[in-house]
Design a protein around this ligand. Sequence first.
Ligand SMILES: Cc1ncc(COP(=O)(O)O)c(C=O)c1O
Length: 408
Amino acid sequence: MSTNAQTVTALEAQHVLQTYKRLPVVFVRGEGTRLFDESGRGYLDFISGIGVVVLGHAHAGLAAVVADQAKTLIHTSNLYYHPLQGQLAAKLASLSGLQRSFFCNSGTEAVEACLKFARRYWYSKGVKHRTGYVALEHGFSGRTMGALSVTANAHYREPFEPLVPGVTFVSPDDVAGLEAAVTESTAAIIAEPIQGEGGVRPLPPAFAAAIARVTRQTGTLLIADEIQCGLGRTGRTFEFQGLGWTPDLVTIGKAIGSGIPIGAALVAEHVAKEIFPGDHGTTYGGNLLSTRAAIYVLDQLSGPIAANVKAVGPVFERRLLDLQKKHPVVRSVRGAGLMRGLELAVDAQPAIDAALKAGLLVNRTAERVIRMLPPLTVSVAEIDEAIGILDRALASVPAPGSGVEVKA
Ligand SMILES: Cc1ncc(COP(=O)(O)O)c(C=O)c1O
């Protein structure tokens, strides 16, 4: 690490709350799929700020609209109208089929909002005992008290218990378990169509179908958490659209601002009817800067970007399957489009460290999975370059059976 980088890390070590375990690299600039560290070294970014920077770094069009909006008006609060919230909400309604949006600043906040809206729906209807939630094992929906309550990982949960009561976790392989878990006191089921943090696991089709059936039969609300998999990353605008779901609530975040913080809860009209002024709110939510950025990003996502994901997604998958054939340490290739996981037979961190050294950014999730979420503008040449680095990184990790194998 250079002296500059050492100064940066030393200052953080002294003054930044140590909630993150960072990798030893300091980024100062970006361009498309590349990030540059303070010494000028380029890295191929196949994690894009954890699925956020969908347009690529330093995108000229996004920079121009953000600069223009910053010079015009950034923020007024939700005390007054401005012209952009309605425009963004109308776009989201036409893309999702859910009529209304509530804007916030992150994915977690979108989840919090949906958990509240689900309870408020039943309360307004006079069914005050429907307050529980069904959530999924391996699911991740954030780390505030409500979102954490429907996040499965015990390591994240236990130090903060007691959490919101009435949450039942079900294995996404257990249809009977789902049927048993949904009772007359369940307000909503929350599920990611492809579980991201949990290891890039698409829901098994039979389980996804069971969610659709059980929610329809019992009136239980369905919250689709599309924060990581939604908005075009998989080749679909929303993953729920391929599962036969008609969610009552949808959470979005990450991609929608391509780095400008914004999240949203999308709300179907029958739920929206039961929500009233004062039920929820946030000072920044839907301000001019973030909504202007999101309108621009959505226009890009439904035009040239969608075409790119359709073109390069299958190439990425083929290259990853080739890696699986070549390296016995790779157990499976998971995900869809440009949301991919390589499941290894061993801890993924050594391979990820080797990739970083060779100039490729990917990240570990669920211990054995190398997660890849490149910008949606990524090219085939960049995919080939990344695959070359991964190929060498995988060759350097201990093979299964060498004593460092991790149990599934
Ligand atoms: C599926 C899902 N839900 C919720 C969240 C939380 O979003 P945020 O980190 O923007 O608060 C994440 C973040 O990784 C996520 O992947």
